[in-house]
Write a protein that binds this ligand. Structure first.
Ligand SMILES: [Cu+2]
Length: 82
């Protein structure tokens, strides 16, 4: 099992949280999803033998959201846009 945290941009309401949760939960191998509207972060627990961060990102972009992995041990993006 592996835990991945991603930044989801484009969430504007609680409905989006539901959509993001659903999109991630529909990916084969995902066992737990927690999406925070406040921080814009999604925490996903998945079986790395069945899926990958890339698959999670694809599922979310398919649902209309932009995603960026959060580097492990670093809550801030490595490069912030100015
Ligand atoms: Cu919404």
């Amino acid at each position: 099992m592996r835990m991945e945290r991603v930044n989801v941009s484009g969430m504007t309401c609680e409905g989006c949280v539901g959509a993001v949760t659903h999109a991630l939960g529909a990916v084969a191998g995902v066992s737990a999803v927690n999406v925070s509207f406040e921080t814009g972060e999604a925490t996903v627990q998945f079986d790395e033998r069945r899926t990958s961060t890339r698959e999670l990102v694809l599922a979310l972009s398919g649902a209309g959201y932009d995603v960026r992995p959060v580097p492990a041990g670093n809550a801030q993006p490595a490069v912030s846009p100015t």
